[in-house]
Design a protein around this ligand. Structure first.
Ligand SMILES: O=P(O)(O)OC[C@H]1O[C@](O)(CO)[C@@H](O)[C@@H]1O
Length: 508
């Protein structure tokens, strides 16, 4: 098994899916009643049930063996130790060092020490802003410098609990700035410019709008790995710039000072609980054999559904309004990490990699796209996510919410036969159920860390680098060449683009 290449790993998974043939989820469950318990794991506040997937123990074990053959355990150690797991950019990816101290390597220890210093600086900024009379904070950033903090604030902030309201501005579309600024008072607003590179067009342009709008630069802060550029272009003094590092990927950065909007919204203690939850998942993932390892189960499920069953989409369906932005966040985490067609050595991948990830919050989405999930021609495997204890007192609603969550999972798996083909449900549609005890910062941190580690293990299985994102560069380069065309200073080189820009000229 050892040294098995990616092609063989994928073939192994496909062979297991073929062996299982048309096995139905309902048959797998009824043949082995213990499956509903045995295909479930708990890590702290997070429970996961995989009984309604279309594999059996033998298939799962084959995927775990393939993970091991791909060097999964060593790869996890390499990640935590700060080895160069991002070889195309010659960097480690030490997001784990931002929240846990599980490796004794010098690189990881040094990173953890820097993270602790940055956290102390964050605490000072939070105290300063909470006691400054500032009522609103606008966080300007995009991608990994926006989606994680935006999700966490939406999920965890209780209205009125913080002295400041936190707003987010990401899109280069000026309507976004117009909307965010409407109703805000520049004299009582602070602005955070968050950009690892400080070279991102959207953030620089929005940052300039905000700096001008603020008038007084005294309430302008930056979080960046490019301190010089932040200081130079926006004249922000060093004490108002918090660090980032090239050893943290943007989409893995909410645990760093990039999470300042979170700390402002839920308090620094809440932010540290978030880190503790992620650290609990880190310890579990690093120390637990594949067969009991929640991230390995989650990754194996994704691999089986993609390479075994050939499904091209995956839905994230949180049954909690507070997690409505989770699909947006996971789209970047998963698709920017795993949307690759070449292996680390540059050779083509051996089979399909990431499917399309999408989704939305239940029960709203039941009334929009669930029709396709139940009766569309291709099953869409999904993660259904529920929260056991709500933080509201509307118990009847909460029971209704949970009844819908469990009902959908049952309907996906079991379907329902009918003589009328229009009213027939094929079922046999795989789903994983994730249940959080409550949506605390700790549980939320554990959930996000689970996804990060699952993504990493999927990358290891496919032999790809989950930490680069060169695919986003071409569009950025072309946009920069088309800017002078839109300003009438150059000609477009592509015929269709030239025609489109002529339309803009004629109508504006
Ligand atoms: O934090 P920065 O450097 O502004 O980058 C923002 C985002 O842009 C990307 O590079 C993709 O365009 C993401 O990976 C990153 O999170």
């Amino acid at each position: 098994m050892r040294g098995m290449d990616a092609r063989t790993r994928i073939d192994t998974v496909a062979a297991e899916a073929r062996r299982l043939g048309d096995s139905r989820i309902s048959d797998l469950v009824s043949a082995k009643p213990a499956r509903s318990r045995e295909f479930a794991l708990r890590v702290g506040p997070l429970y996961a049930n995989f009984a309604r997937q279309r594999y059996d123990r033998q298939a799962l074990d084959a995927v775990f063996a393939a993970f091991e053959a791909a060097g999964g355990t060593q790869a996890l150690n390499a990640l935590f130790d700060g080895a160069q797991v991002n070889p195309t950019e010659a960097r480690p990816a030490l997001h784990t060092a931002l929240r846990s101290d599980l490796s004794s390597s010098d690189v990881a220890r040094n990173a953890h020490a820097q993270a602790c210093d940055a956290r102390a600086a964050m605490r000072r900024v939070v105290e300063q802003l909470h006691s400054s009379g500032v009522t609103d904070v606008v966080s300007v950033g995009i991608g990994g410098s926006d989606l994680g903090p935006r999700l966490a604030v939406d999920a965890l902030a209780e209205a009125g609990a913080s002295p400041v309201r936190v707003h987010f501005l990401s899109n280069v579309d000026g309507h976004a700035a117009k909307r965010v600024l409407a109703g805000l008072d520049p004299a009582r607003t602070a602005v955070l410019l968050i950009s690892k590179s400080f070279g991102t067009q959207e953030t620089l342009l929005n940052g300039r709008i905000l700096r001008e709008w603020l008038g007084d630069g005294a309430r302008l802060y930056a979080i960046s790995a490019n301190v010089e550029r932040a200081a130079k272009e926006f004249s922000i003094p060093p004490e108002r710039i918090l660090p980032m590092w090239d050893w943290v990927g943007g989409r893995y950065s909410l645990w760093s000072a990039v999470g300042l909007p979170i700390a402002l919204a839920i308090g620094m203690d809440g932010f540290e609980q978030l880190l503790d939850g992620a650290a609990e998942m880190d310890a579990h993932v690093l120390r637990t054999p594949m067969r009991e390892n929640l991230a390995a189960w989650h990754a194996a499920t994704a691999i089986f559904n993609r390479n075994g069953l050939g499904f091209g989409a995956h839905a994230v369906l949180p049954y909690d309004e507070r997690l409505r932005l989770l699909p947006n966040y996971l789209q970047q985490l998963v698709m920017e990490s795993l949307g690759k067609s070449v292996q680390v050595d540059g050779s083509p991948v051996a089979g399909d990699t990431v499917p399309v990830w999408w989704g939305g919050a239940g029960t709203d989405t039941q009334h929009s796209f669930f029709q396709a999930l139940h009766q569309g021609t291709e099953p869409v495997p999904c993660d259904l996510i529920g929260v056991v204890q709500p933080s509201h007192g509307h118990e009847v609603n909460h029971r209704a919410l949970l009844s819908n969550l469990f009902a959908q999972a049952e309907a996906f798996a079991n379907g329902q036969a009918s003589d009328d083909p229009h009213r027939s449900y094929a079922g046999n549609r795989p789903s994983t159920m994730l249940l959080l005890d409550a949506l605390t910062p700790h549980a939320f941190g554990a959930l996000l860390a689970l996804y990060e580690h699952s993504v990493y293990l999927q990358g290891v299985f496919w032999g790809i680098n989950p930490f680069d994102q060169f695919g986003v560069e071409l569009g950025k380069q072309l946009a920069s060449t088309l800017l002078p065309v839109l300003e009438g200073r150059d000609e477009a080189h592509d015929n269709v683009t030239r025609e489109l820009i002529a339309q803009v000229g004629a109508r504006s």
